[in-house]
Design a protein around this ligand. Structure first.
Ligand code: MG
Ligand code: ZN
Length: 227
């Protein structure tokens, strides 16, 4: 048992080092990096499809899609107006900084303002692997149930932003939003929260405005640095 612990630490340490290098590549160009995590089917790609056309009016958007197989999601992101790269993990249930580094090689970083990474659908290990992004975003969707913060505390604790998706379904499914909020508050009090529906469009503009403001703030950090 005692020999296994240093091995696990070494893996996450190496990942953290690569994540720092990814972050440096984004920071050098003033690119805001977002890491979107959620269980499968929560609507990560739908949210990207919904916000990219609005963001693309004044931002150059890159998207890295992480999936075990297929390039369906990168095709959807590209159709929405992003420059998209698909990572196929070939079975791995989370993205690692090394995979993101390879995807960054495929993107025109000097011509991007915003990078959105869609992680593999999974509420467990993506929380453990830093990618080098500035904000971790968790998408929770109403049909998943109000017990998820209680069952996945690590994921809920580690994010800066929470998106509650599919709020148009609240009248039709059992989802006690107060119970959900109590669970979230116990783990991550004051986490910035957006309630949205890609179907009705509710809450999307507020989310887009926040991303735009974050991207502008990120861009300003580089604009001030003399070339
Ligand atoms: Mg997806
Ligand atoms: Zn995993």
């Amino acid at each position: 048992m005692s020999v296994r612990v240093p091995v696990v630490e070494a893996i996450t340490k190496a990942n953290d080092e690569l994540a720092r290098l990814n972050r440096a590549r984004l920071d050098a160009r003033g690119i805001l990096g977002l890491n979107i995590m959620a269980s499968p089917g929560a609507g990560k790609t739908s949210i990207i499809e919904c916000i990219v056309p609005k963001l693309a009016r004044d931002l150059r958007v890159g998207v890295i899609e992480g999936d075990i197989a297929t390039s369906f999601d990168a095709e959807r992101a590209a159709a929405a107006g992003a420059t998209a790269v698909q990572i196929n993990t070939g079975g791995s249930c989370h993205l690692e900084a090394q995979m993101v580094s390879q995807a960054l090689d495929q993107l025109p970083l000097d011509s991007l303002d915003l990078l959105i990474i869609e992680n593999v659908g999974n509420l467990i290990c993506p929380a453990t692997f830093a990618l080098g992004t500035h904000q971790n975003i968790l998408v929770a969707s109403v049909p998943e149930g109000d017990d998820k913060p209680y069952k996945h505390p690590r994921m809920y604790r580690g994010v800066q932003v929470l998106i509650i998706n599919k709020v148009d379904l609240l009248p039709y499914v059992r989802f006690d939003i107060e119970r959900f909020r109590r669970g979230v508050n116990a783990l991550n009090e004051g986490v910035r929260t957006f309630e949205v529906s890609c179907t009705s469009g509710a809450g999307i503009d507020a989310l887009v405005d926040w991303v735009r403001a974050e991207a502008a703030a990120r861009h300003a950090t580089v604009a001030k640095t003399p070339v």
